[in-house]
Ligand binder design. Structure first.
Ligand code: EPU
Length: 465
């Protein structure tokens, strides 16, 4: 297992390009199951999650090939498989995105239930409710969702839940509706740009969908879908992460391939904290805009609520918390999408942040400085927040369990290092922890205890979080 050793304190400077959006690429790759001709996807980042889904699609009869650094080609060569196995699905929740496409195109789907994760329970009741409304017969057996339907029929579907709509649930029901008989209306559909990109991809295959980007979708079923060549939208979460990195290190960073229209809540909140952001080049065609961020000498406090789009995304909640831990005064961050997504709080506290959790909120008392320490990543965005805090902290920080980061950010250390950061990927072992973080050095412990401590350290399994 690898870990990062980050030396903080350098203002980041230079240009960095944002990749295609992971959360658009994954459901789009899954929906390629429904395409009767070849699909080319451009600007697909080379992430662990993308590779995991490519493996799963391979078991479902698709040939998935990376054409070059940026594009993937997908082609169905066998339409018979309908089982998405637990061993692959458990590695990535987004595997659930094959459910709607398999059911719609092959009449059956047997997809392992993804289970919970470190950011919450993550139910899929709304996915199932929507597919049932289209006529699917659904049972849960031996940990699998067993769905079947001779023909799906258009219907009215309401996808609102206690925490708003559902992003991947909207994708699943939309995919199924595209090949259903007749007209489907989805009310309370998710409006996230990734869902719009997903819908636009389906339209480019021949689907008839109106209302993308609004909570009301109207879908007229078609008999078959062809192939396409589609470019994935820029990743607004990655763009926000880079902007916050520039802001927190008091740097001057130019971020290429952004879609400011997808980032209004993020940009607005960053400006409220005193971060200066200017659009220096407008986007054109499939190329995004270029934003320049200059970090202020001091950050202002703010109140942030993570909400469904167009609100502030839950996927930047942790990064904003890292930023606000250095702001003057008291800030409040609330997550109304995943009210338990706060595993990063305790780790940020280890870096010197003053944060106190109260139910779905965290109260942050800004501090003048963070200082490096050993911390543990718990999920993708929590890991990103720890990298940001480490870049701004004084001294060295060790971040363990960085495999979470590799799921969603391509070569993040190399890209941040090109801006002047100092991030080393090393094997996770005691020898690689910088000496200044090993406080036991120089502490005098009686000899027998040292022997016991060493033998325990050798046998102790790493703690899963
Ligand atoms: N929910 C239900 N029932 C459902 C589905 C969702 O109650 O059937 C609840 C969830 O528990 C949550 C809320 O609705 O409280 C929103 O969940 P949603 O279904 O929208 O999340 P998702 O589709 O599973 C996607 C992203 C997440 C992102 C969320 C919210 C992908 C692959 N994942 O998850 O991304 O946080 O939408 O925007 O698109 C990430 O990239 O780090 C990540 C976790």
């Amino acid at each position: 297992m690898d870990m990062f050793v980050v030396r903080g304190g350098t203002p980041l400077q230079g240009r960095i390009r944002v990749s295609g959006a992971k959360n658009a690429a994954l459901p789009i790759m899954a929906a390629s199951i429904m395409a009767d001709d070849a699909v080319t996807l451009r600007d697909v980042p080379d992430l662990v999650d993308v590779r995991t889904l490519a493996s799963l699609l391979g078991t479902l009869g698709l040939l998935v090939e990376r054409q070059d650094d940026q594009s993937l080609q997908l082609e169905v060569i066998d339409n018979s498989a309908t089982v998405a196995d637990y061993e692959l699905v458990r590695r990535m929740r987004a595997s659930i995105c094959v459910l709607g496409p398999l059911l719609a195109r092959r009449g059956r789907a047997c997809v392992s239930l993804p289970g919970g994760c470190n950011i919450g329970d993550r139910p899929i009741d709304l996915h199932l409710k929507g597919l049932e409304a289209l006529g699917a017969d659904i049972r849960i057996e031996r940990g699998y969702v067993m769905a079947s339907a001779k023909r799906l029929r258009g219907n009215r579907v309401f996808l609102g839940g206690s925490f708003g709509s559902t992003v991947t649930g909207t994708c699943n029901v939309l995919a199924a509706a595209v090949l259903a008989d007749g007209v489907t209306t989805i009310e309370s559909a998710a409006c996230e740009p990734e869902v719009v990109d997903f819908g636009n991809f389906l339209r480019s295959l021949g689907a008839k969908i109106d209302g993308l980007g609004t909570p009301f979708l109207r879908i007229e079923g078609v008999r078959r879908l062809g192939g396409t060549d589609h470019t994935i939208i820029p990743d607004r979460i990655e763009a926000a992460t880079f902007l916050i990195a520039g802001a927190m290190t008091r740097g001057d960073v130019t971020v290429e391939n952004c879609c400011p229209g997808h980032m209004s809540a993020i940009l607005d909140k960053l400006k409220e904290t005193g971060v200066e952001i200017t659009e220096i080049e407008a986007g054109s065609g499939s190329t995004g805009a270029t934003l320049r961020v200059r970090g202020p000498q001091s950050l202002k406090q703010a109140e942030c609520s993570a909400l469904p789009y167009p609100g502030l995304p839950t996927d930047v909640q942790a990064q904003f918390m890292a930023l606000l831990s250095l702001a003057d005064g008291i800030s409040v961050v609330t997550d109304k999408v995943f009210p338990d997504r706060f595993m990063h709080v305790a780790e940020l506290v280890r870096l010197g942040a003053r944060i106190h959790r109260e139910g779905p909120s965290a109260i942050i008392n800004g501090v003048g400085r963070l200082s490096g320490a050993c911390v543990m990543a718990s999920d993708l965005r929590a890991s990103a927040a720890l990298v940001l805090a480490a870049l701004a902290a004084e001294g060295d920080t060790v971040i363990r369990r960085i495999y979470h980061l590799d799921r969603g950010y391509e070569q993040i250390e190399q890209r941040l290092n090109s801006l002047g950061a100092s991030i080393r990927r090393v094997e996770d072992c005691a020898e690689n922890v910088p000496a200044n973080l090993q406080l036991t050095q120089g502490v005098s412990v009686p000899a027998p205890h040292i022997a016991v401590a060493a033998s325990v350290a050798k046998t102790a399994a790493p703690q899963e979080r």
